[in-house]
Design a protein around this ligand. Structure first.
Ligand code: PGA
Ligand code: ZN
Length: 438
């Protein structure tokens, strides 16, 4: 039973306020911290911000905090829910209390904070680790899967101040045989990249972006990818580390003209039509060992998505396109727009709905890629969720900065724990797209 629910305004990794929830049961205290994006899509659930310009430039979350303390908390306590068995009922009840389509009444940040803390309390009620509890909530009993980490080692777009329009260039150690080996390879490649950037652009170029990746003064995608290739080679992992790219193109999509402006960050127009973008992606796919492409087109540019999906030889992930929302997932499936779901818990705003979105994606024959946000916290919830859902891959930024490595460290802990408990598990490796099918 839930005894008390409290909340407070705390900071995220960008130094902006976010919601912390603390809930108590007879088993103890359980907390959560809510993440927040920068390149947000229009179809995401609404995180409540105060808009009071006298505090935190309007970014305060005291109203969301109040909604936890005055509304959601007392009503949940009165219902005498069982945290160990009623995650779904609790999440449904909070959605009903909110009453809106996008959680704009009480705030997705308020609801998600409680939902995460409830899951932690539920695991403790049953006396099992969070990943085990979440697998049960999701009705999964196939072996646990440790994911291939996609390390975002070069940051561009709205995550950094360099001229690169593309937001994320990721290295993925698909050839590793364990989580710990994958993390080591990622770290080694990151350090190699640092040396390469230093020798090419000087020491002042090794500053990092929001997700802990470097942000050197490159602008063209192929220059950035050449740096990655050189780093992978220097670290000795050629052929075994592949690449993922998230241009987050909604940020440079100009709806009126239907074009993509790669010059958006240096105030010069370098606009490409959808056809030119398609050609650019094909060129990159031909030249580099890319295994994943996310949001290559804008969130409503369905035509471009569908045309590209027909000919795309790699995993095509919908982030802003889908917003972890089942209605958008189904629309995209009907339109044959992509073949994978990016799963961000705060895009939809509860753990039950996140699990439902992943399961729906699986039913449709898609893969699922779990993701942090660019504004993160030290909360490592998504590590357990990834293992529970056997999604086979996750992105949590570079192997640098506390809020990023919190997830990678937790995944290595889980790997050790599963070994120690003698529980069947595997590292996803090259089969990361279909790891859930085992
Ligand atoms: P965001 O970026 O968290 O700033 O939205 C992440 C992404 O686009 O995948
Ligand atoms: Zn994205």
């Amino acid at each position: 039973l839930i005894q008390s629910v409290s909340a407070a305004e705390r900071l995220d990794s960008r130094g902006k306020p976010t919601v912390q929830v603390t809930l108590t049961t007879e088993k103890g205290r359980f907390s959560s911290l809510v993440p927040s994006g920068a390149s947000k899509g229009d179809y995401e659930a609404i995180e409540l911000r105060d808009g009071d310009n006298s505090r935190y430039h309007g970014q305060g979350v005291t109203n969301a905090v109040k909604n936890v303390i005055d509304t959601l908390g007392p009503k949940l306590i009165a219902k005498k829910f069982c945290v160990g068995t009623q995650q779904r009922e609790i999440d449904d009840f909070m959605c009903e209390l909110d009453g809106s389509d996008d959680k704009s009444a009480l705030g997705a940040n308020a609801i998600l904070g409680i939902s995460m803390a409830v899951a932690r309390a539920g695991a403790a009620a049953k006396g099992v680790p969070l990943y085990e509890h979440l697998a049960q909530v999701a009705d999964r009993n196939s072996p646990y899967v440790l994911p291939v980490p996609f390390f975002n080692v070069l940051n561009g777009g709205v995550h950094s101040g360099n001229p690169m329009a593309f937001q994320e260039m990721m290295v993925a150690p698909v050839g590793a045989t364990s989580m710990k080996e994958a993390v080591r390879w990622g770290s080694e490649t990151y350090q190699s990249l640092k040396s390469i950037i230093t020798s090419k652009f000087g020491k002042s170029a090794i500053g990092i972006g929001d997700e802990g990746g470097f942000a050197p003064p490159t602008s063209e995608p192929h220059e950035a990818l050449d740096l990655l290739i050189a780093a992978i080679k220097d670290a000795g992992h050629e052929g075994k580390i592949k690449i993922g790219v998230d241009p987050a193109s909604q940020e440079f999509y100009e709806e009126k003209s239907g074009t993509y402006n790669l010059g958006m960050k240096w105030d010069t127009a370098k606009s490409l039509s959808k056809e030119e973008m398609r050609t650019l992606y094909h060129k990159l796919l031909d030249k580099y060992p890319i295994v994943l492409l996310e949001d290559p087109f804008g969130q409503d540019d369905w035509e471009a998505w569908t045309a590209f999906n027909e000919e795309c030889p790699v995993e095509l992930v919908g982030d802003d396109l889908l917003a972890t929302n089942i209605r958008r997932i189904e629309e995209a499936h009907e339109k044959k727009a992509c073949n994978a779901l990016l799963l961000k818990i705060n895009q939809i705003g509860s753990i039950t709905e996140s699990i439902d979105a992943a399961k729906r994606a699986y039913e449709l024959g898609w893969s699922v890629f779990v993701s942090h946000r660019s504004g993160e916290t030290t909360d490592d919830f998504i590590a357990d969720l990834t293992v529970a859902l056997a999604t086979g891959h996750l992105k949590s930024g570079s192997p640098c900065r506390g809020e990023r490595v919190a997830k990678y460290n937790r995944l290595m802990d889980i790997e050790d724990e599963l070994e120690a408990r003698n529980i069947p598990n595997k590292f996803a490796g090259v089969g990361f797209r279909t790891a859930h099918q085992a």
